[in-house]
Design a protein around this ligand. Structure first.
Ligand SMILES: [Zn+2]
Length: 163
């Protein structure tokens, strides 16, 4: 899962036209954030997008704090907090923030038995992946979501279906 998202994130670092088995897609250049305030503004804006509100009408707001450890970002379900290392090169990328927002949306929507088990394999299960693909489609557009979904599926990772 991380390998798939890392590869996808690398494509978004370049942005522009991507050739995918002969089909050409235009994907956006992903944002990078330099401080907590800009991450907070971004997260609030994403949660307010009509496409996100439409799919996850009961999603509460999420808090954002800087994470002391600088290796990875994470989501804390108990407090509804995204913790982001701001000084490491990759962590404050849009792809990483969307990953954590997807956890928040999946968890607060009570999606699937895998939604509330932090740091176990199921935490990144089919419901998480479906939420991530839906979120990316709304925020970054269908081509970016298509590439992500294709990446999951080519790695044998099932994307859940909406009930
Ligand atoms: Zn995660």
């Amino acid at each position: 899962m991380y390998a798939v998202e890392d590869q996808w994130s690398a494509v978004l670092d370049r942005g522009g036209v991507v050739d995918f088995f002969g089909s050409r897609f235009d994907v956006p250049l992903q944002r990078r954030f330099g401080d907590l305030a800009s991450v907070r503004r971004y997260v609030e804006a994403v949660l307010a997008l009509p496409g996100v509100v439409g799919s996850f009408p009961d999603a509460p707001t999420v808090a954002v704090r800087e994470r002391a450890g600088q290796t990875k970002a994470h989501y804390e379900p108990a407090t509804g907090t995204i913790a982001v290392p701001l000084r490491s090169v990759w962590a404050a990328r849009e792809s990483v923030i969307l990953h954590e927002i997807a956890h928040h949306l999946a968890f607060t929507a009570g999606l699937g038995p895998d939604a509330d088990v932090q740091d176990r394999p199921g935490w990144h299960g089919p419901d998480y992946r479906r939420t991530m693909c839906e979120l990316v489609a709304v925020v970054m557009g269908d081509p970016a979501a298509f590439l992500l979904r294709a990446g999951y599926e080519s790695a044998g990772l099932v994307v859940g279906a909406r009930p």
